[in-house]
Design a protein around this ligand. Sequence first.
Ligand code: GLV
Ligand code: MN
Ligand code: MN
Length: 413
Amino acid sequence: METKDLRISGSRLRKSLEEMAAIGATPGGGVQRLTLSDEDKVARDLFVKWLRELDLDVTIDDMGNIFGRRAGADNRLAPVMSGSHIDSQPKGGRFDGILGVMGPLEVLRTLHENKVETHRPIDIVDWTNEEGSRFAPAMVASGVWAGALEKEWAYNRTDINGKRFEDELIRIGYKGEIPCRQHPLHAYFEYHIEQGPILERKGKLIGAPKGILCLHWYDIYLEGTANQVGPTPMKGRNDALCAAAEMILKVNQLPTKMGGDMVATVGEIQNYPNSRNIIPDKVHFTVDIRSWDDDLAIAAWEDVRKAFEEIAGQRGCPIRIEETWRVAHSPFDERLVQRVLQSAENLGYPALHMVSGAGHDASYMNQITSTAMIFVPSIGGRSHVEVENTTWEDCEAGANVLLQCMLASANEK
Ligand code: GLV
Ligand code: MN
Ligand code: MN
């Protein structure tokens, strides 16, 4: 059989996705597989078992990234890599990340059973902590691998209970021996659900993003004066939660104020002591700003930062601001993006050139190698929620596009 006629098995892909969805399954039909949790470990163990069944060379680095290498005809050549992440949001869906790990696994199974030899080796990868919801920031381990983030800094990030990233990595047995450091790559493909409504609205099956928006994350800490709510007059209070409330609305108003394609969100807040009859004296909240235009996103931050300081002054609530993380917008390799569009067309799938508003490990991979992504529709445009869904047929179609893209790149001289 010619490799252009090769197809993955949709039913096998579905079975793997369903087995993974059972690990950390939530009553609402989603998953909770927080990074470096017990559920993450169980899913990793299963993934490693599946890699070994394909006789891949399995390695784990000291950021917990899991790699499987399939030899090519000429193993001196740089491999083609594909992967994504096994971790999930606290109330996440059954497709975000894991589709991009089970997809290339299905590609490798297809090559294995059809005894297809590629010219170049192929690497599959599970990147540790893509989500950044337990340990900020996101995409941390691909960032270290690409040389953009410091390993020691990543090791010292803590979760809401003060647990350190490195300690949790050791606890689940995934601090590997190999230093987390890039090796040469020929190309990187990441397969993912769209996580937005565009493909569905436009009636397209495959998305080929031209790149990913920039992601800027900030952490804000406010201090107020705690007191009994009954006897304390309204005048003269230093209510940290009220200061935060005003600030949150400023963030929400930023995209309208700044224009462009910006989105800005406060998604996480902790309020202390969080009692209905105590004036709050401590608040932490996060800010997420994204745009294709990095300068506009920074100008927006400067603007809102000034507003935060004014509000903090007016309310007598000292403010501390952490500029936690920035990753620049990522314009992908247009030649590879065209390969995704062409592969979709060859398979008869309507495809769309678009933009990714969601962050992906592909952002960091794009800094070191030719990168492209393959998107399939998210039903109702919903993601990072338990009802996140994509049809099995669409999962299969995207994996066939991935297969053809990986074959084309892996057979390049
Ligand atoms: C990654 O999940 C993101 O925040 O887009
Ligand atoms: Mn993801
Ligand atoms: Mn996600």
